[in-house]
Each structure stands twice: as structure tokens, then as C-alpha cells.
Write a protein that binds this ligand. Structure first.
Ligand code: HEM
Ligand SMILES: C[C@H]1O[C@@H](n2cnc3c(N)ncnc32)[C@H](O)[C@@H]1O
Ligand code: SF4
Length: 355
């Protein structure tokens, strides 16, 4: 039997692990020193050719801080010419009117800017640099003036949990086309003690569900796979059938896409299910990307919900949620174990969840 593997829909690519900031939560533990042996411009172009031969995913140029890489525009242009939808994730502190024009010329379709609080104190604390908030807002102002579309990304942790509604308001005021929240994953410099509790996790995702209903900008919760359970529980309660009309893009996708629709490529060519799960699938310097994507053991396991263990393994929502494999790995050393930050009790009906 031939098993067809779908091409990735999204690839996050750490163009460089070097960064001008020093965030407390950074999954890449990035600093100003650039590791030796990062992909050369030619290797980067070769990788783009390989990706384009497989499908036409959104290619997220990420980091580290991708704008510190001198050939970032050349790589973006190459990706655009190869027919990929190229977007770029930045902390926003290095944006100038000239650079934004060049990013536009290179075909970059959208930027994501990380804003981790509604005020300078919270954001700068997170980002490890006094003045970062002001510089990021200045970068956003440049985007606004040039009409370049951007989304705001916020990582939620204990440090900013209560400020999330205000940060969402700020994102709207600033003119973001979308607001994506990321839940902290304890990897790299990210610390377990900064993760919000499972109960707070649940609370904020319910808030997010309500917000989504009448938000004029697009909202997305990343690294919060149980949102897809909550969405179904709430829709059932409200007697609504989930469809693209009622729930937009979220109706067509599922919780964790790591290894199924998404993968992460590090600055030295290592391929991982996501940027938070340090289980290596292969290296593009040693093996064709297609071969890694289609045949690596970790990807094959992640594509099979029957491999899930613990309560995720018996959960009726496992096909739409699957838990965060990186959190399971951080907690137990086994990425197939149950998600440690989910309060749901499989098999109990909704009424009995709190018993
Ligand atoms: C269009 C501009 C977008 C930008 C700039 C952007 C940016 C990002 C960034 C920075 C990450 C984290 C990767 C990293 O670790 O560096 C990410 C992850 C992700 N994004 Fe987006 N994103 C965009 C749009 C989208 C869209 C439209 C979707 C789907 C609706 C999406 C789905 C995801 C998913 C599934 C992840 C993976 C999380 C994981 O498992 O690691 N993104 N995005
Ligand atoms: C690309 C996005 O990922 C966020 N990010 C960086 N490190 C982590 C982590 N450990 N957990 C969750 N999100 C993280 C950045 O703050 C940025 O907004
Ligand atoms: S989270 Fe982004 S901006 Fe912060 S240190 Fe890491 S790479 Fe740099």
C-alpha cells in the first residue's frame, strides 16, 4: 500500500539563531553571538528549491532575529520567485522605512511583530532590553505609514497573563490585521515556572473563543491545541455546527500541526516537528528535505493519533487536539505522553468535569 504524505502547509525557518534581544522565554536561547556553521546563502536557496518541489507552503522566515541576517532580502526574494508565500517574524526593533520598502520589493507578504505586554515595563522585562517596547512601536509605526500588513504575536506566560486583553486592544489600535497568541513552551530559556496553570490556560482559551465570535481582526491561538477541544465543547453547548462560516479557518485545521502540516528548520539545517520540540527528524545537509518530511520516524509517529499515550491516548478529542507534544516532552522526556497542561478528563461528560 502506498501511503501519501501531504506536503507541509507551513514551515518556520530559523534563518539565524543570532538576535539583538535576549528574551527570558526564548525557545532558541538566542543571543548576540551567531553560532558557527549556519546555512550559507546557496544552501538556503537550495532548501527553498526543495520546498517548492514539494508544495507551496507559507514560509515563515524566523530566528533568532531574521533581520540580523545580511542576506535576508535575497532569501526572501528567492522564496517569492519560487512561488512560496513568504512571511517574516521579527521583534520589530530593527525596522526602518528603507528596510520595509525592500521587504515589500522582495515579495514578503506579511510581518509578525512580537509584543508581549501592553506597556513598556512588561514587554521590556520579557524581552530582556530596556527600550525594546518603544523601538518595537516605532517599527510598527513604519509599517503603518507604508501600509505593510502585520500581525501581532504575544507569548502568554505568568508574566503577562492579566495583561492579555489590553495587549489585544493595543494590537487593534496599532492596526494589526491579526492577533496570534502563543502559549509559553518550557524549552530553551523558557521556564516551566513561568507557564500559566492548566486552569488559567482553560480560562483564557474560553475568553479567546468568545472574543473570536465578533472580532474584526483575525485571532489565532498557537501552541494551545486544547483550544480545538474547547471550540467543540462550546459550539455543542451553543447548538452551533462548526463550519468555515461560523468558525473561519479554525474549522478546517486542528490543534498541533507539528509533523503533519508544519515543521521547523534550524539555522544549521536541522528539521524538527516544531521549534519547541528538540526531537530531530533529520538534517537537510545530509538528506533531501522530501525524504525527511516523508520518512522520518518522529514525523510518522506524530501523524498517527493511535501512538498517543496517557489521557491523550484515550481522549475523544485526540484527532482535533493531540496535546502539545513539546510540553509532554519537557515534562516526561517522551513526546507521545499526555499533555501536562490540560484539565480535561476524557470519558467524563461535560457536566462531570469538575467532580
Ligand atoms: C502570515 C503571517 C504569519 C506570520 C508572520 C507567522 C509567524 C509565526 C511564527 C513566528 C511562528 C513560530 C515559529 C517560530 O518558532 O519561530 C508561527 C508558528 C505557527 N504559525 Fe504562524 N504566522 C503567520 C501566519 C500563520 C497562519 C495564516 C497560520 C495558519 C492559519 C499560522 C499557523 C502557525 C502554526 C500552526 C504555527 C506552529 C506552531 C508550532 O507548532 O510550532 N501562521 N507563526
Ligand atoms: C515566534 C514567536 O515565538 C515566541 N516564542 C519564543 N520562545 C517561545 C517559547 N519558549 N514558548 C512560546 N513562544 C515562544 C516569540 O516571542 C515570538 O513571538
Ligand atoms: S524571542 Fe525572538 S527576539 Fe527574543 S531573544 Fe528569541 S529570537 Fe530574539
Amino acid at each position: 500500500m502506498i501511503v501519501m504524505t501531504n506536503a507541509p502547509r507551513l514551515i518556520a525557518w530559523e534563518l539565524t539563531a543570532g538576535c539583538n534581544l535576549n528574551c527570558v522565554h526564548c525557545r532558541g536561547a538566542s543571543t548576540s553571538s551567531v553560532p558557527a556553521g549556519e546555512l550559507t546563502t546557496d544552501e538556503a536557496k537550495h532548501f527553498i528549491d526543495e520546498v517548492a518541489g514539494l508544495g507551496k507552503p507559507i514560509l515563515i522566515l524566523s530566528g533568532g532575529e531574521p533581520l540580523t541576517r545580511p542576506d535576508v532580502l535575497e532569501i526572501a526574494r528567492y522564496g517569492t520567485d519560487a512561488g512560496l508565500r513568504v512571511v517574516l517574524a521579527t521583534n520589530g526593533t530593527l525596522l526602518t522605512p528603507e528596510l520595509v520598502e525592500k521587504l515589500k520589493d522582495a515579495g514578503v507578504q506579511r510581518l509578525s511583530i512580537s509584543v508581549d505586554g501592553a506597556n513598556a515595563e512588561t514587554h521590556d522585562n520579557f524581552r530582556g532590553m530596556p527600550g525594546a517596547f518603544e523601538r518595537t512601536l516605532a517599527g510598527i509605526e513604519v509599517l503603518r505609514k507604508t501600509g505593510f500588513p502585520f500581525q501581532i504575536n504575544t507569548t502568554i506566560s505568568k508574566r503577562n497573563l492579566e495583561e492579555i486583553p489590553k495587549t489585544f486592544e493595543l494590537a487593534k489600535e496599532l492596526g494589526a490585521v491579526a492577533y496570534h497568541v502563543f502559549f509559553l513552551v518550557p524549552t530553551g530559556r523558557g521556564e516551566e515556572s513561568d507557564e500559566v496553570s492548566p486552569a488559567d490556560y482553560e480560562r483564557i482559551l474560553h475568553w479567546f473563543y468568545d472574543l473570536q465570535k465578533d472580532s474584526e481582526i483575525q485571532l489565532k491561538a498557537t501552541c494551545a491545541p486544547h483550544y480545538f477541544r474547547i471550540m467543540r465543547q462550546r459550539a455543542k453547548k451553543e447548538g452551533i455546527e462548526i463550519s468555515v462560516k461560523t468558525h473561519g479557518y479554525e474549522a478546517m485545521t486542528k490543534g498541533c500541526l507539528g509533523g503533519t502540516g508544519f515543521c521547523f528548520v534550524s539555522s544549521v539545517g536541522e528539521v524538527y516537528p516544531c521549534g519547541y520540540l528538540p526531537v530531530l527528524a533529520g538534517n537537510i545537509r545530509e538528506q533531501p528535505f522530501r525524504d525527511i518530511w516523508e520518512n522520518s520516524g518522529v514525523f510518522k509517529k506524530l501523524r498517527n493519533p493511535e501512538e498517543l499515550k496517557g489521557k491523550c491516548g484515550i481522549c475523544e478529542y485526540k484527532k482535533v487536539c493531540a496535546g502539545c507534544r513539546a510540553r509532554a516532552y519537557a515534562a516526561t522526556g517522551d513526546y507521545l505522553e499526555e499533555e501536562p497542561y490540560c484539565i480535561y478528563r476524557p470519558g467524563k461528560n461535560d457536566r462531570d468535569q469538575d467532580d
